[in-house]
Design a binder for this molecule. Structure first.
Ligand code: NDP
Length: 280
């Protein structure tokens, strides 16, 4: 390890495709902070050993990606409120010999939809998907004051389970949250978030009955050089604007960076660089 330069990594499997090293190096350059940030491949059955080895060797912080976010949650000695409510951790660091975990995915989404001019306050939000990414964004969206949050999922059972978990953890928000199948997305929505991995197979989740209010935002957490199938479907069905999840990726990285370095980078120039790289 280079003496004195703090060492960070994103740990996952697979992880070679991750854009986190490029994002964090750009943040460091912007703020004049020297840092090393790499990818770290962990065996599927060897996550705990991998992260122990990383921190034993003086590592300063880790981002966690698929499929380890729930394992990171289970291993952390101290969890932030966001991590506890998400049931998943994407940011780890060591303090006084204790492993700390936070989840910045939700605030990443929140930052990005605010950047797009769609703050969630008083908005009706349809959240499509009930996997790890959906779980991470529910609490920040409710806290941000949306008027209704409906979770719909291919497996309706999973959406109902998630809804019940949130109601139990956040009884003060119980009246604003509901769940159903993809066929039960009826309504006029101000924000529709695609938190499914359907875009990986170039498909849009079928959402019969889901309507877009004037000026609404359709947001796909997936990102790609071309508008995703979900974004195209949403615009054809009347969404005011459609965006992909590249801005969320940069914003969640900025929140992790702020935890580790105590300074918040400007996401706009880094998002521009990444978009150019993706389009190239
Ligand atoms: P999970 O595997 O935990 O969950 C997958 C979800 O997608 C489930 O709700 C699943 O439904 C649903 N799904 C999968 N295929 C289809 C399909 N063909 N039609 C309808 N629903 C489908 O994945 P994650 O929650 O971790 O990730 C979801 C997406 O979010 C991915 O595209 C990922 O890249 C993106 N993401 C983006 C981030 C960013 O920073 N931009 C951060 C984190 C994630 P079922 O339960 O029925 O199987």
């Amino acid at each position: 390890m280079t003496q004195g330069i703090p060492h960070f990594a994103v740990v996952g499997n697979p992880v070679g495709h991750s854009r986190s090293p490029a994002i964090h190096q750009e943040f460091g350059r912007q703020l004049g902070l020297a840092l090393r940030y790499e990818t770290l491949l962990a065996p599927v059955d060897g996550f705990a050993e991998t992260i122990r080895g990383f921190f034993d060797n003086g590592g300063a912080g880790l981002n966690v990606t698929l499929p380890f976010k729930e394992e990171a949650f289970a291993l952390a000695d101290h969890l932030s409120e966001r991590a506890r409510l998400a049931g998943a951790v994407n940011t780890l660091w060591m303090r006084d010999g204790n492993l700390h975990g936070c989840n910045t995915d939700g605030v990443g989404l929140l930052d990005d939809i605010q950047r797009l001019g769609a703050p969630p306050r008083d908005k009706r939000i349809l959240l499509v998907g009930a996997g790890g990414a959906a779980k991470g964004v529910i609490y920040p969206l409710l806290e941000a004051g949306c008027s209704a949050l409906r979770i719909v999922n291919r497996s309706a059972e999973r959406a109902h389970q998630l809804c019940e978990q949130v109601r139990a953890l956040l009884p003060q928000h119980a009246a604003r949250i509901s769940a159903g199948s993809l066929d039960e997305a009826q309504g006029q929505w101000d924000i529709v978030v695609n938190a499914t991995s359907s875009s990986l197979s170039r498909q849009a989740p079928p959402l019969p009955g889901a309507g877009y209010s004037p000026g609404s935002l359709a947001y796909d957490m997936f990102y790609a050089a071309q508008p995703t199938a979900f974004m195209q479907q949403a615009l054809a069905q009347g969404a005011g604007q459609a965006a992909d999840g590249l801005g969320m990726l940069v914003a969640q990285a900025a929140a992790s960076f702020a935890i580790w370095h105590g300074r918040r980078p400007d996401t706009a120039p880094v998002l521009q660089i990444l978009r150019r790289q993706l389009d190239a």
